[in-house]
Design a protein around this ligand. Sequence first.
Ligand SMILES: *[C@@H]1O[C@H](CO)[C@@H](O)[C@H](O)[C@H]1NC(C)=O
Ligand SMILES: *[C@@H]1O[C@H](CO)[C@@H](O)[C@H](O)[C@H]1NC(C)=O
Ligand SMILES: *[C@@H]1O[C@H](CO)[C@@H](O)[C@H](O)[C@H]1NC(C)=O
Length: 308
Amino acid sequence: MLAFFFLSFVSLCHGFLVNSTIDDSFPDQLTGEIVQYSPAEAWNNGRNCDRCSARPSQSLLHRETWHDGTFNRNNGSNAFPNQPLFASVRFKGEAVYVYCVIPRTADFPAGHSDMTFFIDNQRVGVFVRNPPGTPGFDYDVLVYQNTSIPPGPHELIIQNGNRNGPKSILMLDRIVYSYDNGEPEKRQTALETSTIVGIVLGALAAICLIVVGVYWYFACRRRKTAQPAQPLKLELETGGSGMGVHSLNLPAASQSAPYSYQRDYAHSSNSYHPSGYSFNNLTPEPHHPRPDPYSTPSDRPPAYLSKY
Ligand SMILES: *[C@@H]1O[C@H](CO)[C@@H](O)[C@H](O)[C@H]1NC(C)=O
Ligand SMILES: *[C@@H]1O[C@H](CO)[C@@H](O)[C@H](O)[C@H]1NC(C)=O
Ligand SMILES: *[C@@H]1O[C@H](CO)[C@@H](O)[C@H](O)[C@H]1NC(C)=O
């Protein structure tokens, strides 16, 4: 249960993420950043590209736009044979998602995908796919996502193709990133929520302390009342009579509570006979301290404590 509260607390601390979408062709409405393409001439604004063979349904694309680039080791679709293509964008956040439209066809358009992703110049992922060779396109394909980026400014670079690698197409639809919007209203709510969580945690801790305290109180009491067994046994050994509780010189602690003593003793001794006051069971093993049945729980913390 504590783990649950802890987890909710952690998720609250990272809670106020909102998304911003950068279209392939329009600036980030938040920051004005646009996707940069390189080499610029190797990329086409797909919607306006008459010579492009990839013709997806515009209406299924974000803002009905996409950017189309093809890497080709050989002379072909662009003036940059065997040069990988790049799309890059800057954002300030802690998660990023890249969406593409991907041809299913093997040719016209050649639908092989071979993408590599970099965040802050660190290679963080790849997306490689062979087309099934059927007509049409797959829309809204999440080709890369990263939800564990340290909050702050970052640069995402998408590379299409690898030098001397296979021909590959990249049709970029949009990039989504998540950031902490820092809205005071939401922070207020979050503060209130964390206060409530704090109170709940405090109450839980108090309950735990009380439970432990009560437990120790009773454990100590039991031990106290169980103690007289030891002096009693010694008395029996030295006295040799083995008869009668009345003749025993009991310590003060047990005298103050003779009934509980007798009751506890009866509990702890299997062969106690209330009628005859016979304590014979004790004499055969005078040198072995009688195991105290209550010593175990007070020496070790109770099992439930180990959970915390
Ligand atoms: C942001 O967008 C991604 C993918 O589009 C989604 O998985 C995530 O839940 C969104 N996050 C928020 C805070 O809306
Ligand atoms: C590409 O075309 C140019 C001329 O446009 C030619 O010089 C070059 O050899 C060709 N390269 C390949 C790999 O076909
Ligand atoms: C996410 O990006 C960070 C760098 O910002 C990187 O260390 C990590 O490996 C990436 N994770 C994934 C799943 O790509």
